[in-house]
Design a protein around this ligand. Structure first.
Ligand code: HAM
Length: 397
């Protein structure tokens, strides 16, 4: 019989405990930061009707990157490639009961059929932060500062990353009177979005096909973005810039758009991307609800943290491993473990007949900070020594 492979499916990751510890750390920083800004968590299923993405997500995502299949009832189902349509659907469904404004976040896993490469996989987790119901640039400023403080809470310095801001309205204005065919606006914006990934002359050529006259974005200005950049600078964000060449691949953005980049060229992909999308909820009927938010992926931030050596030493969640001098002491060890657990400690117990040295090596390999050794003496006296494996210091319990 042919043996099964141990590789995961193409472009997805297994999370062994050491990877899971990093993942949990990233989620914790995300969660602590967004909650410090008053955001509430929501969730939804990974399955959505395929039509949800057809309306506004953008051609590349829908035609080339979704996992879509027919279920047994012949419904077309998509594994969510992003969270924004889902959250817009949820807000639209209960707009009256929820009470605007809403500050919401979620950490969904998302599926995109992309060519796996550095910073790009087929399943990633993405922090989504969205503020519904506020029209002003104060809301844009709030979510952008939130993104900035996430980076700061990971230990990043201002010079390690850059926040680039542009306006979808500005891009529309620039392109509208220069396109050969006015229906090609989304195409032109998506082309701009892919600029960094193309050879310069290939990009020039493709742009020439769409536009009647040459566009020099370097001279463009936008008052709203200038105001936003200014107010963020005044709030102490030194690494915010206006970038007229910044584009986002989704069709639902209506105003401010922004992305955060690593200043180290090892990581070319955006760490975050987001913007204002004031019309998405109206797809579901009813009044429009202004919204602004962003997504930040686990893969790109992990690359960032590794490149800048910002990942802390992650210890085991187990505090103490109880070693036994002989297997006859396992019952005693279990009793002690139960007591310690009742006091809030995480404790594992040796169940092997390995030598003490090997039992301690087990604790060390798994990053457990301390051990207790139980033998005849300990059982008789009811006193135990807790040994910290790093410092070697022993404490009597
Ligand atoms: P996005 O730019 O497609 O935006 O994704 C946001 C971030 O998710 C990217 O900057 C990147 O860190 C990460 N990401 C995206 N695709 C992948 C992938 N295939 N592999 C690894 N990481 C990836 C959105 O998805 C918008 N819905 C965000 C948003 C929320 N806009 C408003 N609210």
């Amino acid at each position: 019989m042919k043996k099964l492979g141990t590789e995961p499916y193409k472009g997805v990751r297994d999370f062994y405990p050491a990877d899971m510890a990093v993942q949990k750390y990233i989620f914790k920083v995300w969660q602590d930061t967004v909650e410090s800004f008053g955001y509430e968590e929501y969730g939804a299923s990974v399955l959505e009707p395929a039509e949800l993405y057809r309306a506004k997500s953008g051609e590349e995502i829908v035609n080339e990157q979704t996992y879509t299949f027919l279920d047994r009832g012949k419904r077309e189902v998509t594994l969510r490639p992003e969270m924004t349509p889902t959250v817009a659907r949820m807000v639209a469904a209960k707009r009256r009961e929820l009470g605007l404004p809403l500050r919401w976040y979620s950490i969904p896993n998302l599926f995109r059929y992309e060519q796996p490469q550095r910073g790009r996989v087929r399943e990633h987790w993405q922090l989504n932060v969205d503020l519904f119901g506020i029209d002003s640039i104060d809301a844009d400023a709030e979510v952008i500062s939130l993104a900035y403080y996430i980076m700061k809470n990971f230990g990043a310095k201002d010079e390690d990353f850059e926040i680039r801001i542009n306006s979808r309205e500005l891009l529309e204005k620039i392109f509208t009177d220069k396109l050969k065919d006015e229906n090609d606006l989304s195409k032109a914006i998506r082309l701009l979005d892919r600029k960094e990934k193309m050879a310069p002359d290939e990009f020039e050529q493709a742009m020439k096909e769409l536009t009647a006259e040459k566009i020099d974005l370097a001279f463009e200005k936008n008052e709203e973005v200038a105001l936003l950049v200014d107010s963020l600078k005044q709030a102490g964000l030194t690494n915010v810039i206006f970038d007229a060449t910044l584009a986002r691949g989704f069709d639902y953005y209506t105003g401010t758009i922004f992305e955060i980049f690593d200043t180290n060229p090892a990581n070319k992909r955006a760490l975050f991307g987001g913007g204002r999308y004031d019309d998405l909820t109206s797809l579901f009927g009813g009044d429009r609800i202004p919204a602004v938010g962003f997504g930040m992926g686990d893969v790109t931030i992990r690359d960032f943290l590794e490149t800048h050596k910002l990942l802390p030493d992650l210890k085991s969640t187990t505090d103490i491993h109880i070693c036994t001098l002989d297997s006859e002491f396992i019952t005693e060890a279990e009793k002690l473990a139960a007591k310690l657990r009742a006091e809030g400690k995480n404790v594992s117990v040796n169940l092997t007949d390995k030598k003490i040295g090997d039992q301690i090596a087990y604790a060390d390999k798994h990053g457990i900070a301390a051990v207790i050794v139980i033998g005849e003496e300990e059982v008789k006296t009811g006193k135990f020594k807790v040994k910290d494996l790093k410092s070697g210091i022993e404490k009597l319990l």
